[in-house]
Design a protein around this ligand. Structure first.
Ligand code: URQ
Ligand code: ZN
Ligand code: ZN
Length: 500
C-alpha cells in the first residue's frame, strides 16, 4: 500500500523548546505543512488522533557508533538495526562518527561510513569525523569536509593511547583548524597517560575484572582532561563540545567554564543519566562487563541525579547515548583483563524514555526542556535548526506522538537492538513513543515497525552555526590582543651566562 504522504495529527499538545500549545499538525510530502487549531485538510488524508498526548520533534541522538570496529570487535547495532531501534524509541535522527583506521585519510573514512550508512538507515543521520592523528594534509581535509561534505564537527580523543589519542600540541592545532573552518571541536576528555598507568597498577594488583576499569580511571582523570580541553579551546577561541560527560567532577568543570563565559557544551548520555557504575562490582562477570565504556559509568549513586539536574538547568546542554554495543561474548575478549573489554553500551532505543522518567517524571525538568535536550539543542549546535528540532511549518516531518502517562519496562527480551543484554534491564519508565514519523512516513506505531532500509538521508550541515559562533565571532573582534607602544629600553644589558 502506497504510504499516505499526507497526515493530519489532531488534538495533541504540540511541545517545542519554548512553548506548548494544543494544536493540529498537517504533514505533506515529508514536511510539516501547517500547525494550528482545527485545521481543515483535503479528503483522503490519514488522521491520527493525538488527544491527551504530546506531539514532539523527533529525538536527535548526537552520539552513536553503529558497526564500529573497536578493540577487536564490531559493534552489533549496524545502521539498519540501530536506526530501526532508534525510531521505536522516538528518535528520528542519529549523528554517528566516521573514525579513520590507521593510515586512512579523513575523506576515505567519510566515504566508507557514508557507503555503510546510506543503504541501511531507517531515519535521517549525519556524521562527525574523528581526527586521530595530525598532518598538514589532514588539516586540508578538514576544510574540504566542512566546505563540501556537510561536516561541521570533529572529534578528538584524549584517551585511547596508541589508537586515537592526540596530545596537547595536536589538540591545539586541530582546535585552531576547527575554528578556522567554522566547525565545533568535540573531545573525549580523559587523560590517556593516567589511564595507562592506572590500568597497569590495577592489573599488577590482580584486579582484572570490570571494577578495575573504573578504579583505573577515576573521575579526576576525566575532569583534568575536560579542563585541559577547555583551556586549549579557549586559547584559540574555538567552540568546544565535551562528549559523554560521565562524572560529577567533569560536569562541574563544564558548568563552571560556561559560567565563566566559555563557549562549551556538555553532553551527558542516557547511561550516565539513568544508572550508576556500581554494576562493575557485580559478582556476575558478564553483568559487570556489560557496563564497560569510557569514561566509566560512575559508582557514586548520586551521579545520575546530579547530571540530570545540570541538564535541566542548562549547565549541560543535550543528551546523547554513545550507543556502541558489544554482545557478552565480545565483552569476554577481556575476561582475564578488563583493559581488553570492548568499550561501549546501549542507549539509542531507550534514551527518550529514560530521560522522561528520570528527568520529567521526577520533576527535575519540564516537557519543553525535555524537547530541548533530546532534539532542539542538537539541531542548533550542529546547525540544522529549524529544519529539525521543532514542530513548525516547513520543518522536516520528523514527529513523535509521545504518551507521558504510559509506562514501559525496558528489557533485552523486548528491545529492538541487536544486543543480547540491556544496561537498563528492568527499568520501568513513564514516557513512551506511540507513533514515530520520519520524513513524513509512519515508521513506528503502537509497537509495530514499518521501516525500510535507505529511507533515511544524510543531513548536510553548514559550518559557522550561529548558535555556536555568534560569541566566537564577537570575541574575535573585541578581544584581539595588542602590543603596547613604548620607547625602546636603553639601559644596561647583562651578558649571557653559560651553563656551568
Ligand atoms: O569512546 C567512544 O566514544 C567510543 C569509542 C565508544 N565507546 C565508549 O566506551 N565510549
Ligand atoms: Zn568517547
Ligand atoms: Zn563515542
Amino acid at each position: 500500500m502506497a504510504e499516505p504522504s499526507r497526515i493530519l495529527i489532531k488534538g495533541g499538545k504540540v511541545v517545542n523548546e519554548d512553548c506548548s500549545v494544543i494544536s493540529d499538525v498537517y504533514i505533506e510530502n515529508g514536511k510539516i505543512a501547517q500547525v494550528g487549531p482545527n485545521l481543515q485538510v483535503p479528503a483522503g488524508v490519514r488522521v491520527i488522533d493525538a488527544t491527551g498526548r504530546l506531539v514532539i520533534p523527533g529525538g536527535i541522538d548526537p552520539h552513536t557508533h553503529m558497526e564500529l570496529t573497536l578493540m577487536g570487535a564490531k559493534s552489533v547495532d549496524d545502521f539498519h538495526i540501530g536506526t530501526r531501534a532508534a525510531v521505536a524509541g522516538g528518535t528520528t535522527m542519529i549523528l554517528d562518527f566516521a573514525i579513520p583506521t590507521k593510515g586512512q585519510s579523513l575523506l576515505e573514512a567519510y566515504d566508507v561510513w557514508r557507503s555503510r550508512a546510506d543503504p541501511k538507515v531507517c531515519c535521517d543521520y549525519s556524521l562527525h569525523v574523528a581526527v586521530t592523528s595530525w598532518s598538514d594534509e589532514l588539516k586540508k581535509e578538514m576544510a574540504i569536509l566542512a566546505k563540501e561534505k556537510g561536516v561541521n564537527s570533529f572529534k578528538m580523543f584524549m584517551a585511547y593511547k596508541g589508537l586515537y589519542m592526540l596530545r596537547d600540541p595536536d589538540l591545539h592545532r586541530a582546535f585552531a583548524q576547527c575554528k578556522e573552518i567554522g566547525a565545533i571541536a568535540q573531545v573525549h576528555a580523559e587523560n590517556g597517560d593516567l589511564i595507562e598507568e592506572g590500568a597497569k597498577k590495577m592489573l599488577s594488583m590482580g584486579i582484572t575484572g570490570p571494577e578495575g576499569h573504573e578504579l583505573c580511571r577515576p573521575e579526576e582523570v576525566e575532569a583534568e582532561a575536560t579542563q585541559r580541553a577547555i583551556t586549549i579551546a579557549n586559547a584559540v577561541n574555538c567552540p568546544l563540545y565535551v562528549v559523554h560527560v560521565m562524572s560529577k567532577a567533569a560536569a562541574k568543570v563544564v558548568s563552571n567554564a560556561r559560567r565563566e563565559g566559555r563557549v562549551v557544551f556538555g553532553e551527558p548520555i542516557a547511561a550516565g543519566l539513568g544508572i550508576d557504575g556500581t554494576h562493575y562490582w557485580d559478582k556476575d562477570w558478564a553483568h559487570a562487563a556489560g557496563y564497560v565504556m569510557g569514561p566509566p559509568i560512575r559508582p557514586d549513586p548520586s551521579t545520575p541525579g546530579y547530571l540530570m539536574d545540570l541538564l535541566a538547568n542548562d549547565d549541560l546542554s543535550l543528551a546523547g547515548t554513545d550507543n556502541c554495543t558489544f554482545n557478552v561474548c565480545q565483552k569476554a575478549l577481556g575476561k582475564d583483563d578488563f583493559s581488553k573489554i570492548p568499550n561501549g553500551v546501549n542507549g539509542v532505543e531507550d534514551r527518550m524514555s529514560v530521560i522522561w522518567e528520570k528527568g520529567v517524571h521526577s520533576g527535575k525538568m519540564d516537557e519543553n526542556r525535555f524537547v530541548t535536550v533530546t532534539s532542539t539543542n542538537a539541531a542548533k549546535i550542529f546547525n540544522f535548526y529549524p529544519q529539525k528540532g521543532r514542530i513548525a511549518k516547513n520543518s522536516d516531518a520528523d514527529v513523535v506522538i509521545w504518551d507521558p502517562k504510559r509506562t514501559r519496562k525496558i528489557s533485552a527480551k523486548t528491545h529492538h537492538q541487536a544486543l543480547d543484554y540491556n544496561i537498563f534491564e528492568g527499568m520501568e519508565c513513564h514516557g513512551v513513543a506511540v507513533v514515530t514519523i520520519s520524513r513524513g512516513k509512519v515508521v513506528y506505531e503502537e509497537g509495530k515497525l514499518n521501516v525500510s532500509p535507505g529511507h533515511g538521508k544524510f543531513i548536510h550541515r553548514e559550518p559557522f552555526s550561529e548558535y555556536v559562533y555568534k560569541r566566537i565571532k564577537q570575541r574575535e573582534q573585541v578581544r584581539k590582543p595588542a602590543a603596547v607602544v613604548r620607547k625602546p629600553y636603553e639601559g644596561k644589558v647583562a651578558s649571557l651566562t653559560k651553563d656551568d
